[in-house]
Write a protein that binds this ligand. Structure first.
Ligand SMILES: *Cc1c(COP(=O)(O)O)cnc(C)c1O
Length: 351
């Protein structure tokens, strides 16, 4: 029997354990569903879909609506099955054998996992002790590796740290290829690289409907970039990759931007309450610009805390085996009741 490619055989899969618990705070989803009015509009339009026909291959209406949200034309938008598919399209089109990407650890595992799946090399730089990214380190790594794609992530997953404009400028100044800023959590903070996207800059910003839009079940993400870069990435997506239901779901979601912003505002307030409560416990935390908080228990090791929480029906992300994150766990901001359940379970585990 044939075995998989040698380089894939060495690669571990990407998994977040899905354990059945009452309180799930492990994958940074929204604790709130999208508005009931969105669901009604979606189901109504779904009933009119000609299901025997392929969907709109170019996802024109959806791309136009996303473009309007950001003040750009549809030719500057590429939508996919989650922003992960968009990142995969970038790696297939601009990476591949003989090419590399640059990432800065600790960061989102898929920024190196997806390149590896596509046969692209990975050069890893380091964030500082406080997990901020030094522009000099960006210039050093990018200068040495000459990557086809440089990945930044702001706010960064799993640290929550925001990269300042000087980091993006340093990457753009040094990079021979694309600079991709992953803004999966972009709406949770006031800084964004979106306004820097311009025809004469190889800058790409990715966003997702999975977090702030409360639509993780739909698998929808997109990138904003100069039209030429979008056209290049589009060469690597499969025909009709984005199904009709997802296109409708995303287009209709954009009618409820105010509701999304209200959910984000309340989650940011709840994040500050959660961070404040954690600060009173024997754990180290890092300031977060996203909908999660990274923390490191001082006296109990990470896996023990993770297991103790699961025994109390609370699931968080155990990051303790990730590069540079010994002993760390990441908790997603939930509803106030979920966060209280997490906090009281954590107090018991640490006692
Ligand atoms: C959650 C997350 C995504 C979202 O991926 P989707 O495929 O859109 O669900 C992308 N980037 C980062 C950094 C994330 O944390």
């Amino acid at each position: 029997m044939i075995s998989v490619r040698d380089d894939l055989a060495e690669l571990e899969g990407y998994h977040s354990p899905q354990v059945t618990v009452d309180v799930r705070l492990n994958t940074n989803e929204s604790p709130y569903p999208p508005p009931a009015a969105w669901r009604e509009a979606f189901l109504e339009e779904l009933a009119t879909v000609p299901f025997h026909r392929y969907p709109d291959r170019g996802a024109g209406a959806l791309r136009t609506a996303i473009g309007e949200l950001h003040g750009v034309g549809p030719e500057q938008v590429l939508a996919g099955n989650g922003s992960n598919e968009v990142i995969q399209a970038l790696c297939l089109a601009y990476g591949g054998p003989g090419r590399s990407v640059a990432v800065f650890e600790p960061t989102y595992a898929l920024h190196s996992h997806i390149p590896r799946i596509t046969g692209t090399g990975v050069a890893a730089g380091e964030r500082g002790d406080d997990f901020t990214l030094d522009p000099t380190e960006v210039a050093r790594v990018v200068g040495e590796a000459q990557p086809a794609i440089t990945f930044l992530c702001s706010p960064n997953n799993p640290t929550g740290v925001i990269d300042g404009p000087e980091v993006i400028e340093a990457a753009l100044a040094a990079a021979p290829g694309l600079v991709v800023v992953d803004e999966a959590y972009g709406q949770f903070t006031s800084t964004s690289a979106l306004s820097l996207v311009a025809d004469d800059r190889p800058l790409v910003v990715t966003r997702t409907f999975s977090k702030t839009w409360s639509m993780a079940a739909c698998r929808l993400g997109y990138l904003i970039a100069p039209a030429g870069i979008v056209a290049g990435a589009e060469r690597a997506v499969l025909p009709y990759h984005l199904d009709a239901a997802t296109q409708i779901a995303g287009r209709l979601a954009l009618r409820f931007t105010a509701e999304m912003e209200a959910r984000v505002t309340s989650l940011v307030a709840e994040r500050e309450r959660l961070a404040g409560a954690l600060a009173a416990l024997p754990v180290d935390t890092w300031p977060s610009g996203a909908n999660f908080v990274l923390f490191r228990p001082r006296n109990v090791d990470g896996p023990t805390v993770w297991k103790g929480l699961v025994e109390r029906s609370v699931l968080v992300r155990d990051c303790s085996s990730w590069p540079r994150l010994e002993g760390c766990l990441r908790v997603t901001v939930g509803t106030p009741a979920e966060d209280d359940a997490f906090l009281s379970a954590l107090r018991e585990v640490l006692a």
